[in-house]
Design a protein around this ligand. Structure first.
Ligand code: AMP
Length: 496
């Protein structure tokens, strides 16, 4: 099957050819003809399947006819996070280069004024996060009565982030006669319910079983003691010893942990960026750009901030924290092994994470091989006094349920009237298992060398007593820059 059989316009086909893609992916092959025939589509597909082009390409074809009117966008795409919205815009820029279309982004962190100017000029494609879109409609600067086509992307993530009531409100503002394209990676009951309200006689396309992990990704779990400093030490060691590491995303469960680990890795000489929902937009964009361009090989991230980001060359994913929800595991490790590439996913597992790992293995239907690792000797990191800042302990980690990265994603920052940000909460879907009959063992691949001379995680170094297990402050850990592969090193700038 080639793109030319799908009914796309010549302009769009030329743009696709220019990108070098020759064969449509299954979701593209199945969805594009139906979108062009103006059918509603329910696409059950994860990121990495080519689903964005599955709606961008036919939309570009459909938009060739007609013109936008001031403040009345012709099409609307809803995304859960700013980064995803920006990523979709990039695809319009890429494939729509030959067309004079106005594509606007309505996301938090960008001034209302600039966005208003764009809307006034008339917009063919409006890509928005729900909160910011509602702010504009409430200010009267935007009318949704001209929307002919609506895309709801990453619907299950919208559910996790509490955006469904907003989506329901938005849908009520759009004519009933619209065409709706609805994409979700999973089908929890709440999503199944809303598809019945939002979609009219949809074509259902399911391209991969939900909650399966990519075939080319080798997965490992490395046990570690429960102290945070042990986890950090182990991570550094894994980073140094990882085979074929090109770049890596390191996931933490909480924003605060992202910031701490980022600081700690920097201190230890790693070239590393951070991505979480509390960072301002320009810092997020800068970190992501640097990572994409390969200027920094490591990115510490939270789930929501990194969700769905398309970074094709990520070779390794580290779970610094095992996710509480098994489906987050699948999304995280989906950052590697994209487009048929090999990838490695390594989870750092404390005794407290055992239950979560069992749920993950049940969900993905395979056993994740355990390789022994051990924290670096305390001779390297030494005992530390707390710097007086916040300290960490497993209890502390477990007790922070209120801190959720979704708080700012797509929420109405900067909105008038002093409305509170969207409620902060962890994604609520249960880490349910039972979809598969039972775990199957997975053969370890060569992309990761299990550490040699395994030792129990709490073994003291030879000739030295183990440091007292006082809580440590990540930033106070003495830096060990030895043995770092050169490309992982932070460039040292001379002080002026
Ligand atoms: P998505 O699922 O939309 O996040 O896309 C995942 C990746 O697949 C992106 O890097 C796309 O550029 C790429 N991609 C999309 N369509 C194709 C295609 N037909 N052939 C090869 N790669 C593609």
């Amino acid at each position: 099957m080639s793109f030319s059989h799908l009914g796309l316009s010549d302009k769009v086909l030329a743009a696709v050819a220019a990108t070098g893609y020759t064969t449509p992916t299954p979701i593209q092959e199945q969805a594009i003809p139906h979108v062009l025939a103006r059918r509603d589509v329910l696409g059950i597909a994860q990121t990495g399947t080519g689903k964005t082009a599955a709606f961008v390409l036919p939309m570009l074809t459909l938009l060739e006819k007609g013109r936008a009117r001031a403040r009345m966008p012709r099409t609307l795409i809803l995304e859960p996070t700013r980064e995803l919205a920006a990523q979709v815009k990039e695809q319009f820029d890429k494939y729509g280069a030959g067309q004079k279309l106005n594509v606007a982004l309505l996301i938090g962190g960008v001034s209302f004024g600039d966005q208003d100017i764009k809307l006034t000029r008339g917009v063919d494609v409006l890509i928005a996060t729900p909160g910011r879109l509602l702010d504009h409609t409430e200010r009267g600067g935007l009318l949704l009565t001209g929307v002919e086509l609506l895309v709801i992307d990453e619907a299950d993530r919208m559910l996790d982030m509490g955006f469904i009531p907003d989506i329901e409100r938005i849908c009520k503002m759009i004519p009933f006669t619209r065409q709706t394209l609805f994409f979700t990676a999973t089908m929890p009951p709440e999503i199944a319910r809303i598809t019945e309200t939002f979609l009219h006689n949809p074509v259902k396309i399911e391209v991969s079983r939900p909650a399966t992990t990519a075939v080319g990704v080798s997965q490992f779990q490395v046990p570690v003691g429960r102290e945070p400093h042990e986890k950090r030490e182990l991570l550094r060691r894994l980073l140094r010893e990882a085979k074929d590491l090109n770049n890596a995303i390191i996931f933490c469960n909480r924003k605060r942990e992202v910031a701490l680990l980022h600081k700690s890795l920097q201190k230890h000489g790693f070239s590393v960026g951070a991505l979480h929902g509390d960072m301002d937009q320009s810092a997020r964009t800068a970190a992501l750009d640097q990572f994409r361009k390969g200027e920094i090989p490591l990115l510490v991230a939270s789930d929501v901030a990194a969700r769905g980001l398309d970074i094709p060359t990520t070779s390794h994913v580290f779970n610094f924290d095992v996710p509480h929800h098994a489906d987050d595991y699948v999304h995280r490790i989906g950052r590697t092994g994209r487009a048929g590439r090999a990838g490695t996913a390594i989870s750092i597992v404390t005794p407290l994470d055992q239950k979560s790992m069992i749920a993950i293995e049940k969900l993905i239907g395979q056993t994740i091989p355990r390789v022994e690792g051990h924290a670096e000797s305390s001779a390297i990191d030494g005992p530390e006094a707390s710097s007086g800042g916040e300290t960490e302990s497993p209890r502390h980690q477990r007790g922070r349920e209120g801190s959720h990265d979704g708080a700012k994603e797509g929420s109405r920052e900067g909105s008038r009237g002093g409305r509170k940000p969207r409620r902060e909460r962890e994604p609520r879907r249960a880490a349910t298992g039972g979809r598969h009959s039972g775990p199957k063992p997975q053969a370890p691949a060569a992309a990761f060398t299990p550490p040699v001379a395994p030792a129990p995680s709490r073994t003291p170094s030879i000739g030295r007593a183990e440091a007292p297990q006082a809580p440590r402050d990540a930033a106070s850990e003495p830096a060990d820059h030895s043995h770092l592969p050169a490309f992982l090193l932070r460039p040292v700038r001379a002080r002026v």
